[in-house]
Design a protein around this ligand. Structure first.
Ligand SMILES: Nc1ncnc2c1ncn2[C@@H]1O[C@H](COP(=O)(O)OP(=O)(O)O)[C@@H](O)[C@H]1O
Ligand SMILES: O=C(CO)[C@@H](O)[C@H](O)COP(=O)(O)O
Length: 524
């Protein structure tokens, strides 16, 4: 195979869809396909890729086997698109963070002996001891979170060790809940994966290890030593070290693709499988995020992240292991009510049209006459709050606003004001010289980015690829293959999309203060 014939496969198993892209040596996309869970796999009846338990709305899961079937479907789509699988020299992936997969006793053997004439989903149907994987949207583990913090001496101590105080969606407390509520299923669990290492396992034909970066989103790992903390493992469940196995450096080579993919799709038997990671760490890679930039991902969740060398302990946010540099870290803030909330607002006030939504958003003045809307459709992480809240300039609670455009701007400004407030609280340097690099589905919307730019007082850039997590996965494949992280300099450069209006700081600085007051009232 000549140099130029080499290709890489990057996959993104995110909340709402599974995407895959084949890229060439210069990271140019040759082919890209998507499987949307709600529409392409309606038999699983998910909404936004997840299932909300009707009797406990905090319990939000996804059928594990749906993700397997999505991979079968994606591979078919790539085949129909005439991808030459024999040219792919390395595969890697990215996935929603924190979600967990419980492999039934014997699953590793099943993975090793897959029959290439059959679909993966029909062969793995009985391989999961828990059928519905807890997702990052779940918030059922308050009790377990308290136990984790108590085990090491409180939230600060846990944040110092693992990079985060206990969060309900983090995998440690989720495992602990399974141990309490499904003890029999836990006993029958051979191994536990997080969604990214689960994706790697399907290609590897054996249960894959967890990478440092996504592993630091579990409240179980010491982010400095990169080892599981035994006290935390013991608090969550018996023999947990055996079920997790040791984590590995991000972008490390795990082995070659399983014979199933060689025989069924014509992959080269030397094709490497590179450790998969979480969608936010992969986005940091796929954006080529430099030190002076703030990454803002507007996907199902909204996240803010940046590269940090010497992180402080933070209580409202996370420090994760950096996926590119084992001595560095990334700081991150996550907001649950991102795109699905914007979609709700669009459907209610703009006839389900992004064009109409954008037009109405652009028609209202910055600051929105002081009207602020907060929409926490599922329990928010920052702040911990739920429900719809509307306020006028004087901070008086209202039940609705007088027009659709005021509703829209109030909701979008409300989102970005809370994001700025929490970003400032954990010391993100926002101001002169800060540049935002936006990604994720909603970064295609210029009107939304203008509000982001005005509220933060920074210019906003995007890249030619909307899905930086998937591009990050392709980069991981290339880095793992070549063993060199300098090899990803071909990423598209950031393009300036909008700059803040001159008086935006005069408008939004006081509104951040007002927001602080509002949040104090709705969360107390
Ligand atoms: N033009 C648009 N304006 C605003 N939001 C958009 C637009 N196009 C797509 N989106 C949002 O992007 C979201 C999906 O983003 P994406 O980053 O693909 O999600 P994830 O990776 O979490 O599955 C959708 O829920 C949709 O609301
Ligand atoms: O919980 C987090 C990060 O801590 C979320 O960001 C998930 O990783 C889901 O990501 P998207 O599907 O929104 O990309």
């Amino acid at each position: 195979m000549s140099e130029n014939d080499k290709t890489f496969l990057g996959l993104d198993l995110s909340t709402q869809q599974l995407k895959g892209a084949v890229v060439d040596e210069n990271l140019r996309i040759i082919c890209e396909e998507t499987v949307i869970f709600d529409t392409h796999l309606p038999e699983y009846r998910t909404n936004g890729g997840v299932t909300v338990n009707k009797s406990n709305p905090h319990e939000i899961t996804a059928p594990t086997i749906m993700w397997v079937k999505a991979l079968d479907l994606l591979m078919d789509k790539l085949t129909v698109a005439s991808v030459d699988f024999s040219k792919i020299v390395a595969i890697s992936g990215t996935a929603q963070q924190h979600g967990s997969v419980y492999w039934q006793n014997g699953a590793d053997k099943t993975l090793e002996n897959l029959d290439p004439s059959n679909f993966l989903h029909s062969q793995l149907a009985t391989s999961f001891s828990i059928a519905n994987s807890p997702t990052w949207m779940d918030s059922t583990t308050k009790i377990e979170c308290k136990c984790l913090e108590d085990a090491v001496g409180g939230p600060e101590k846990l944040a110092e060790i693992t990079g985060s105080r206990a969060y309900e969606r983090f995998t440690g407390s989720q495992i602990a809940r399974i141990v309490v509520h499904r003890p029999e299923a836990y006993r029958n669990t051979e191994r536990i994966s997080i969604v990214s290492s689960f994706l790697a396992s399907l290609f590897l034909g054996k249960i894959a290890p967890i990478d440092y970066s996504d592993g630091s989103g579990m409240n179980l790992m010491d982010i400095k030593t990169k080892k599981w903390d035994q006290r935390l493992l013991d608090t969550c469940g018996p023999n947990l070290a055996d079920k997790l196995k040791d984590p590995v450096p991000s972008c490390s080579c795990l082995g070659t693709v399983s014979s199933y993919f060689v025989e069924r799709y014509g992959f080269n038997e030397n094709c490497k499988v590179i450790a998969c990671s979480g969608d936010n760490p992969s986005s940091l890679i796929g954006m080529g995020l430099k030190k002076e930039w703030l990454g803002v991902s507007l996907g199902t969740s909204d996240t803010l992240f940046l590269w940090v060398s010497n992180p402080k302990t933070v209580l409202n946010g996370h420090i994760l292991c950096n996926p590119l540099d084992q001595h560095a870290f990334m700081a991150m803030l996550v907001f649950k009510n991102g795109s699905l909330t914007r979609e709700k607002i669009r459907n209610k006030y703009a006839h389900q049209s992004w064009d109409e939504f954008s037009e109405l958003l652009e028609r209202t003045p910055r600051g929105n006459f002081g009207y602020i809307g907060l929409h926490f459709d599922v329990e928010e992480i920052l702040p911990v709050a739920i429900g719809e809240h509307r306020f006028n300039k004087e901070g008086k609670k209202l039940t609705k606003f007088s027009s659709n455009e005021i509703e829209i701007r109030a909701a979008i400004e409300g989102q970005f004001l809370t994001r700025r407030l929490f970003a400032e609280d954990i010391g993100f340097q926002i101001g002169e010289g800060t540049k935002i690099l936006a990604t994720g589905g909603a970064s295609a919307n210029r009107a939304i980015l203008q509000v982001l730019s005005d509220v933060f007082g920074c210019p906003v850039y995007t890249q030619d690829i909307v899905n930086s997590a998937m591009m990050g996965a392709a980069c991981q494949a290339k880095i793992g293959f070549t063993g060199n992280s300098e090899n990803i300099s071909d990423l598209p450069p950031p393009k300036l999309i909008c700059e803040p209006y001159k008086n935006s700081e005069e408008i939004y600085k006081p509104m951040v203060l007002k927001m602080r007051e509002i949040l104090r009232n709705i969360t107390s």
